[in-house]
Design a protein around this ligand. Sequence first.
Ligand code: LLP
Length: 421
Amino acid sequence: MDHFLYRDGQLMAEDVAIAEIAAQVGTPFYVYSSATLLRHFQLFDDALNGLDHLICFAVKSLSNVAVLKLLGDAGAGMDVVSGGEYLRAKAAGVSGDRIVFSGIGKTHEEMRLALEGGIRQFNVESEPEMQVLSDVAVSLGKIAPITVRVNPDVDAKTHAKISTGKKEDKFGIPIIRAREVYAMAAKLPGLKVIGIDVHIGSQLTELEPFRLAYRKVAELTEQLRSDGHKISRLDLGGGLGIPYARDNNAPPLPIEYGALIKEEVGHLGCEIEIEPGRLISGNAGLLVSKVIYVKSGEGREFLIVDAAMNDLIRPAMYDAWHDIVPVIEPAAGADQTPYDVVGPICESGDTFAKGRMLPVLQSEALVGFRSSGAYGAVMSSEYNSRPLIPEVLVNGGQFAVIRQRPTFEDMINRDSIPEWM
Ligand code: LLP
């Protein structure tokens, strides 16, 4: 459920008309609903009620500092995967003891940054990383709390590019080698082993892969405890999927996911962390764009809009479906016609949808790409020298620009011409 609904013939973001935002900030832009973000965070928090837990929002899905502050103030922790994300979480006022550092390639500098600024735990993904983290911690006179991310060799049954828990994926340590790796970690002077981490992929639409993975983690917890390790925390990753198309079979709900967690690992007495991104931010965001031209091709109509693959790359990269909705509500029973919805970028991959049934639209019409809060703005680029687009946050009847649209000068002035020229 989200807060982008029609009222009096106008698409709203909560109590603000999308058309009004467009008139003020220009198109294209991203708009996020505070109410939806908070509601989705709360669903997870409620689902784990009864367990000692922390919901660590996956910053990679939507990293605007205002959004992080909204969630952080509501009690969320943060899951970060780079020094930049760590600093964003800090800038949002989240204390280090609520920030988890994930990722397979943490550098010395990132480790130092987090150890000095405070960190809840590092989720370590390899033996060399473990060694370096221990060295960095010792050099700073600190002890780094760690979990080891294990790769449970479970098929998440999701898009190949976002599946992470099979043995051929680059993530984690094979679960069959976990005991020897924990033995090594226990000997390193700069580390303190506190738990186990797992994350098997993103946009999972079934619970069964989670169950298989969490069951393996539960078994491993018992084994590691019998080896003498104190396992007091389980980080179960993110990945619960969202409905992208409204006619889709809806993925399981957070409450069902929470029940599964309780069944599989609830008896272990561990503190539970999860790292959801998409389910919190995905349906909380809309990419708003304007039709530039309607062009007739051979046997097809192209709707050329002012957003492009540089602004929302998911259709080009994962063949992802995003519902497209007109900002003016079509009359009930209005005629629909198939459009190829494309951006202005000079490659055919810059296509949002093919043969999409939409009401008849003219140039200047506004459209929204739904479910684009997660992995939308964060994956955007300036390809074709198109400046990054603004982000707007709505809260009830008010809205604010939370990232300005850069001017062309801002964009061009980041380049510099060498003196010898
Ligand atoms: N934790 C870790 C360690 C992750 O790698 C990810 C996502 C998450 C949590 C959050 O997963 P979520 O709950 O959002 O599914 N760009 C792709 C998705 C990449 C996901 C990467 N890792 C897309 O647009 O579909």
